[in-house]
Design a protein around this ligand. Structure first.
Ligand code: GTP
Length: 371
């Protein structure tokens, strides 16, 4: 079966990490997130996928190429201008053929049973099947109420509480009969959610919802990016961890150096070639990328630290994200959902808290920031 993965967005809410890496290529437990998503599709026989790129397309191409490294057939199609979710698929419509295709937002971590979804689509004779997920506060989303047969009755955009008739929202994974793209204007920014789906509904087309209480998280913000790591490490979703289990729920890659006096509290993941110095402690729900260096006496917990970053002696990093190849001097604190980009140099004693975001390649003198 064929699929289209939408990966062309700018990922603005994930800045500064997305200034240097497109969101779907950010690592998730040390593997590009898109690879996790593609392998999930492949498990269900979706082995021919069109990547609809826009922002930084070369990064996708350099890593995946034609897909042979993950045993899939990948075609990269790049938009000149962002065409929106539906416009992006219209743009590749001639590659889709006649059979139903699966279309995925490239920022959803899920263990959705895609086999069951495809089966449901066929059984219902649907033009479009939209995967739906329940949420706690439905007023922040577009709701999708269904009739008893699973057919979509309407689309309710950001309803008030008295309009809330369901807690099901569009989960961003669709099975679509390609014929519906004939009515979409070419080379035009066009949305599934606001344009094509409501239009099809008003034309009486069979649109079905596929409710599922599977794991579902869109990795749109730094808080969700951290949550995705924590959920994987805690086993809420089954994503395989690269490396060996060297102690209870402590997974480590190749050539890792851990000082005898360092303390490790799993679940956590350590990338290839990483080192952890004397007296350092690496706590629960931490993910260290490849070649990360944790200095003597440093403490890391609940954090995601990307490849090649170095933490000086006595640094403390908690519930925060640090990009690639950043170097922190001694006693730097990074906490409370802060996000430091790639290639930053921060001298000793700086304090980054309260969700501060620091842009890539910034140089910060010792003791300059107490945020
Ligand atoms: P924000 O800028 O933070 O909203 O992130 P985003 O650009 O990723 O947008 P959003 O989260 O709404 O997008 C959901 C998915 O669709 C992501 O995987 C995007 O890469 C993708 N996407 C969004 N807009 C476009 C587009 O115009 N073209 C293509 N090809 N993909 C898109």
């Amino acid at each position: 079966m064929k699929g289209v993965m939408l990966v062309g967005g700018f990922g603005t809410r994930m800045r500064p990490l997305t200034i240097t890496t497109p969101k779907p290529m950010l690592p998730l437990v040390n593997v590009p997130f898109l690879e996790v998503e593609l392998l999930h599709l492949r498990r269900y026989g979706v082995d021919e996928v069109i990547l609809s790129t826009g922002y930084m397309p070369a990064v996708f191409d350099a890593y995946f190429g034609d897909g042979s490294r993950i045993d899939m057939r990948l075609t990269h199609i790049t938009e000149e201008e962002p065409l929106g979710t539906c416009g992006a698929v219209k743009n590749v419509a001639e590659l889709l053929g006649e059979e139903p295709v699966i279309v995925c937002n490239g920022d959803i971590l899920t263990d959705l049973d895609i086999g069951a979804l495809i089966e449901y689509h066929r059984e219902k004779g649907a033009a479009v099947t939209i995967t739906l997920t329940p949420v706690e506060d439905p007023t922040a989303y577009g709701l999708v109420p269904l009739d008893d047969d699973g057919r979509i009755k309407e689309f309710l955009e950001k309803p008030s509480w008295d309009q809330v008739v369901t807690d099901l929202i569009n989960a961003g994974t669709y099975v679509i009969d390609p014929r519906v793209f004939r009515q979409v204007p070419p080379d035009t920014n066009y949305s599934f959610e606001r344009e094509l789906f409501p239009d099809l509904l008003s034309q009486g087309e069979p649109l079905f919802g596929f409710p599922s209480d599977c794991y579902w998280l869109d990795l749109g913000t730094p808080a969700k990016y951290l949550a995705a790591h924590h959920d994987i490490l805690e086993g809420r979703i089954d994503v395989s961890l690269r490396g060996e289990e060297i102690a209870r729920r402590v997974f480590a890659g190749n050539d890792v150096q851990i000082d005898d006096s360092a303390r490790l509290y799993g679940p956590l993941l350590i990338g290839d070639g990483a080192s952890i110095g004397a007296g350092a402690s690496v706590g629960r729900l931490t993910c260290l990328g490849d070649r990360v260096k944790v200095g003597a006496g440093a403490h890391v917990e609940g954090a995601v630290i990307l490849d090649g970053t170095e933490l000086g002696e006595g640094c403390v990093v908690e519930q925060s994200i640090i990009g690639r190849n950043t170097v922190l001097g001694p006693e730097v604190h990074v906490a409370e959902g802060s996000v430091l980009g790639d290639n930053i140099e921060a001298g000793g004693g700086n304090e980054f808290r309260r969700g501060i975001r620091v842009w890539p390649s910034t140089s910060i003198e010792a003791g300059k920031i107490k945020f």
